[in-house]
Design a protein around this ligand. Structure first.
Ligand SMILES: Cc1cc2nc3c(=O)[nH]c(=O)nc-3n(C[C@H](O)[C@H](O)[C@H](O)COP(=O)(O)O)c2cc1C
Length: 336
């Protein structure tokens, strides 16, 4: 039996709301996913929640070889967020395929595997291996890592490097699973980078990764993180994420970019936070930093998001995607 609730002045029946969505052909039971690096490969989370009930588990970024990440200290609390310089710590692709992926399959999780490499060839090798594995629903290409051949310039900050990685990946994947390119907000023109990766064959976009920040330990009068800089995440970056999703979705509506699904990421801790990204144009959202505080956050956000959208009068999640653009267009129509 469903329970009637209220949101604002409206009364609604959450059971009548259709939360289903899909990302480039990958059907999701609900639009709330874990964010890469914030739920490992799902096993730790699986002790606390039912990972099969999530929209999807997005794994920590996998690289070819096992890596221990950057030196400590590599986390700092910041106002409304955190700074991390974990680096791409992980067991490497062989261990992932031997242990983590079989676990995710047995647990019934919809799985998106995040990959990174030091050059386009490493990205392509990983993506090619993963695309043939049962249980891999999609590949998220984490291009926010340094390009070994180009003075460590981050792939995501340069349209031609971003494009080179994504075309190598899409060629290796050969359409077997959708490829999502994960963008960095640390660029002057996010629409230009989105255009470059879509032209290179990306099936969708995940945005945003963390934004570069730094903390000085005033007592010790030196940078707090051993890696000096780190990625800022949490509620502090939500307005940046909303802006990026808005700009890219607007460019799609205007015919400047090919239409493609956008997965919104950045500072989501509540249903209302997620609704901001959805109304700006995201067809799914990921929850990262908030999961550290409460591993139940993604499931709670999914329930709350349904309540928020149903309370606004939407019968289907899909109808809410990008709706803030429609409202704005109506308001600015001539001769209203
Ligand atoms: C501790 C930590 C580790 C992360 N590791 C990865 C990673 O391996 N790959 C990746 O693409 N993003 C990584 N991210 C970025 C998140 O996936 C996400 O894009 C970002 O944190 C913004 O979302 P949030 O504000 O909900 O955390 C990491 C973030 C944090 C906080």
């Amino acid at each position: 039996m469903s329970t009637l609730s209220t949101f604002g002045s409206a009364t609604f029946d959450p059971a009548a709301f259709d939360p289903g969505t899909s990302v480039a052909g990958l059907a999701l039971a609900n639009p709330v996913l874990t964010a890469s690096g914030c739920a490992a490969a799902g096993r730790e989370l699986g002790r606390l929640i039912d990972v099969a009930a999530l929209g999807a588990v997005v794994t920590k970024t996998i690289m070819r070889d096992a890596r221990s990440g950057r030196p400590t200290p590599r986390m700092a609390e910041t106002p409304s967020g955190m700074l991390n310089s974990i680096g791409l710590q992980g067991p490497g692709i062989d261990a992932f395929l031997a242990t983590d992926l079989p676990w995710l399959r047995r647990a019934g999780a919809t799985t998106i595997v995040s990959v990174a490499g030091g050059d386009p060839e490493e990205f392509a090798e990983l993506a090619g291996r993963l695309a043939g594995e049962p249980g891999v629903g999609a590949i998220e290409v984490n291009i926010s890592c340094p390009n070994v051949a180009n003075r460590g310039l981050v792939f995501a900050c340069d349209p031609s490097s971003a494009s080179a990685v994504v075309s190598a990946v899409t060629e290796a994947v050969g359409g077997r699973v959708p490829v999502l390119a994960k963008l960095s907000p640390d660029v002057t023109d996010i629409v230009a980078i989105a255009g470059a990766v879509l032209d290179a064959g990306a099936d969708g976009l995940s945005m945003i990764n963390t934004t570069l920040g730094m903390v000085i330990d005033v007592t010790r009068m030196r940078p707090l993180l051993a890696g000096l800089t780190g990625g800022l995440s949490g509620p502090a970056i939500r307005p940046i994420a909303v802006r990026c999703v808005w700009q890219v979705h607007a460019a799609m509506r205007a015919g400047i970019l090919r239409p493609a699904p956008i997965v919104g990421i950045g500072g989501v801790a509540t249903g209302r936070d997620a609704a901001e990204l959805v109304l700006a144009g995201a067809c799914a959202v990921q929850v990262g930093t908030a999961t550290f505080h409460d591993p139940g956050t993604p499931a709670r956000v999914a329930t709350d998001l349904a309540a928020v959208l149903a309370g606004l009068g939407f019968a289907r999640f899909a109808d809410a995607v990008g709706h803030a653009h429609t409202v704005l267009a109506r308001e600015t129509e001539p001769n209203r």
